[in-house]
Ligand binder design. Structure first.
Ligand SMILES: CC(=O)SCCNC(=O)CCNC(=O)[C@H](O)C(C)(C)COP(=O)(O)OP(=O)(O)OC[C@H]1O[C@@H](n2cnc3c(N)ncnc32)[C@H](O)[C@@H]1OP(=O)(O)O
Ligand SMILES: N[C@@H](CCO)C(=O)O
Length: 391
């Protein structure tokens, strides 16, 4: 497993705000860099913009080859010409979240001195804690910078859905439609627990070095890979794992350099998880993983409204489509149903759909034709209601 230090990705497109951002924790980042990608064309009145918010380990490369892995964009089936999010019609923006490791300000960025001058050392674990609301406020800086007064839609899956909900609560007049997908209005105790196991795996790695692993030139790849292996199980389902792997043993190639399983032959599912772990560490940074999992853990939208989620959306004019998947045990459909009830109580226009599938939480990333059709149909309907100007 390649343990060379994760270097800050030099993003294709980014903008730096020299007036920085004041975070919810009270810390001011003197400089804020947001890395982003866009797809499609902004219409004359800048009314056709859709902000796609990525999930925990996603990034801005939605619909193009990933510059580090060379793999297809994580939502190439959904975003593109003639796709459910049709870039012949809409202008799609995706930003690497604040705290991320693909070019936006985060733990890999060079830390600042109190006077704002930059050092030549990464923030590492000294990077201040960020929240989902901080991520959304950083996205708002980009949307304003692009001259967009109101987003036609904001959407995302999982942590991306948390951002979509936060957008609708924070900027209700700047969001015509919001599509929270496979998400929740707070991170559950079980989900926090799974994240904690992942964080502890990173801390237990001998190359962790209190997060200053750049000094040794080796990242805590084994710990980060185990964190990913654990998390990845939660993105799937028992049915999918049984269908894909069952109890089959892996015919490990004779020249396999992979540490042979000490307990005899390896199961295919073991080999698959090891692959997901080793592939992950090639494109993600351990300190970013700590920062972003923490942001998800702290997310509880109703907390600022005395626990009444409806109050977060009181008088909202945004149109909502809540989508969830029946086999998602990480963000169960009951969580989306609870959001729909709260939105109803707030008087919002809300549609709620749960899609039958055995693929688990990552279904929103996979080939789900009914979900894709619902997405396309909802956006077309909203375009009519919004009187969206044709390109
Ligand atoms: C939404 C966001 O913002 S985040 C999404 C960010 N992107 C990612 O997470 C990419 C990594 N994630 C994944 O691959 C996720 O599982 C998905 C949902 C994106 C893709 O799922 P699927 O298409 O079903 O692929 P699957 O999970 O089966 O993994 C296939 C990979 O496992 C490998 N594999 C399958 N079986 C085995 C095995 N027994 N041993 C080793 N490797 C195996 C395949 O060779 C393939 O490798 P590749 O990814 O290098 O091409
Ligand atoms: N598998 C996706 C979704 C997790 O919520 C990711 O890694 O971000």
């Amino acid at each position: 497993m390649d343990q060379s230090v994760t270097r800050m990705h030099v993003p294709h497109s980014h903008v730096t705000f020299d007036d920085g951002i004041v975070l919810e924790c009270g810390t001011t980042l003197q400089r804020l860099t947001v890395a982003y990608r866009t797809y499609g064309t902004l219409n004359a009145d800048r009314s056709n913009a859709i902000l796609v918010c990525h999930a925990l380990t996603g990034d801005q490369y939605v619909a193009e080859r990933h510059p580090v892995t060379g793999k297809p964009g994580w939502w190439e089936a959904v975003v593109g010409p003639g796709r459910p999010i049709d870039t012949d019609r809409f202008f799609v923006i995706c930003q690497n979240v604040l705290g991320g490791c693909m070019g936006s300000t985060g733990p890999l960025s060079y830390r600042e001195n109190p006077d704002g001058t930059q050092t030549d050392e990464p923030w590492g674990t000294d990077f201040p804690p960020v929240t989902i609301r901080d991520m959304v406020r950083a996205q708002k800086r980009l949307v304003d910078h692009l001259g967009i007064k109101r987003l036609f839609a904001v959407l995302g899956g999982s942590m991306g859905g948390m951002q979509a909900l936060q957008w609708a609560a924070l900027y209700p007049d700047q969001v015509f439609a919001a599509l929270p997908i496979a998400t929740a209005s707070y991170h559950s105790a079980q989900n926090i627990a799974f994240h904690e196991v992942g964080r502890q795996a990173i801390f237990a790695d001998p190359d962790w070095r209190n997060g200053r692993y750049w000094e040794s030139g080796l990242i805590p790849a084994r710990g980060l890979a185990v964190a990913r292996m654990c998390a990845h199980i939660t993105y799937l389902s028992e049915e999918a794992l049984t269908r894909k792997f069952g109890r089959r043993l892996q015919n490990a190639p004779k020249d396999s350099t992979e540490a042979i399983n000490l307990f005899g032959d390896m199961f295919e599912v073991e080999s698959y998880l090891r692959h997901q772990g080793s592939a992950f560490v090639q494109r993600f940074d351990a300190n970013s993983y700590l920062t972003i999992t923490r942001a998800m853990d702290y997310f509880d939208l109703a907390a600022d409204f005395g626990g009444d989620l409806a109050m977060a959306f009181k008088g909202a004019r945004t149109r909502f489509l809540l989508a969830s998947f029946t086999s998602d045990w990480l963000f169960p459909t009951s969580q989306s149903r609870a959001i729909a009830r709260a939105l109803n109580r707030a008087g919002a226009n809300v549609s709620f759909v749960e899609f039958p599938t055995d693929k688990g939480h990552d279904a929103f990333l996979l080939d789900e034709p009914d979900f894709h059709r619902a997405l396309a149909g909802f956006l077309r309907g909203c375009a009519i209601h919004a009187g969206l100007q044709r390109l």
